[in-house]
Ligand binder design. Sequence first.
Ligand code: ADP
Ligand code: GLC
Length: 483
Amino acid sequence: MRVLFATSEVAPLIKTGGLADVSAALPAALRDMGVDMRVLMPGYPQVLKALPQLQAVKEMAASHSFPAVRLLEGELPGGVPLWVVDCPELYLRGGGPYQDEHGMNWVDNPLRFGLLSKIAAVLGSAESPLGWRPDVVHCNDWQTALAPAYLRFSNGAAPSVMAIHNLAFQGVFPPQTTMELGLPPECFQMEGVEFYGNLSFLKAGLHYADHITTVSPSYAEEIQTDELGFGLQGLLASRRNILTGIVNGIDTDEWNPATDPNLARPYDATDMRGKLANKLELQRRIGLRSDPEVLLFGLVSRFTHQKGLDVVLEIAPQLVALPAQLALLGAGDAGMQQAALELSHRHSGQISAYVGFDESLSHLIEAGADIFLMPSRFEPCGLNQMFSQRYGTPPLVHATGGLSDTVVDCSDETLARGEASGFAFRGVNAASLLAAAQRAAAAYHDKKTWRALQQNGMSKDFSWGKSAAAYCDIYRRLAQRVR
Ligand code: ADP
Ligand code: GLC
């Protein structure tokens, strides 16, 4: 089985969120199961710099508004074969993959990700200049979501899977973009790529793909509702027979408290002494008062409305009055960044905010905090709540999407069954978050309950095995249908 996995970010080369983690770990897990996985991504400067040994294998001519490109071949750090779309005009620039230094979307994003989608489709069709042809093209989020549309209008096309990691980002552009990107005009209609008068990349993917996946079973249900469907609930509900929710795994080598090089001291479920050493190191590193006893809440997140960060900031003074400390790491919304920094000045020693992206600090927070906060308004899957369970740091989460599927709320019953692994609450508002935090604080001060929560979380299997097998089944069904 040969699968082309098209994605706009792959850790550790370039990462803005969980898609990068998934794009690194899932292809590697499938490859270990015998699937011939090849990853396709844009030639951002970070990628070309990290992989100097990439070799040019093909040149592809300009077409429509797309410039000519070179296809570079190499390997991801984990050994998975990689193709990079080298197009300096579109990808070689400062800033991030989607936005400039000031947080503004690149104005040529339709062209940048139209090209990525187009190349994925070419490689998946009879037009491909390569000897290798995939049985399935696996697309991820809006940045590759035009590929199923291009495939539908090409010869000898492989079937496609459209994976939704976040329905909130859809890639919606003016209608004339459709022609500029070389899509046939007849696809600009409701039964096609048209979305309220514009071109929607994601809608195109959802309409033309042969199978749709998303990253947890609960989210697969939620996106069919008005509340979380972002306007695509009708389409998703109409395609629910080909929509599958598969919960993400995590890289259990990278996220292993027994071997994590970012920690002050390793630990595991049989010997938790190292966890306290990490708490003290975290307090020292980020300027919190040194105190082994005080309850320490940690948070690592994009600073956005989705993540409920506004509510955390709102109740931060009440949290520290519990008493507790708060360690925040993240970047995003300028107002939230400012508010977090102000809180850390006003409550110096009790609240610390680090604005930026810091991989190493994120590991230390997972290890050094007592409770991990994740009150997301919606969460397709979420990875941090899994990292934190593995690090003996019970998560406190809003009961939504992947958070519902991966965290078992602490109650007498779930404790008795040996399943409780965190705290889940309903309704993202100050009162319910504070009530959940108080409930968690009470459990923290009950040594026996706390030990059980930590042990239950640490003994769960969050590896990719089962989920990778579920993707493999989908690939196999699609490939057989074609033969
Ligand atoms: P999302 O993709 O919606 O942002 P996920 O929970 O799936 O949410 O994945 C987020 C990933 O990005 C995790 O690996 C998390 O640790 C990481 N991350 C987010 N913000 C930061 C940050 N400021 N510094 C380091 N890592 C971060
Ligand atoms: C998205 C979602 C997150 C998910 C990640 C990887 O960014 O917001 O919930 O874990 O993709 O699938």
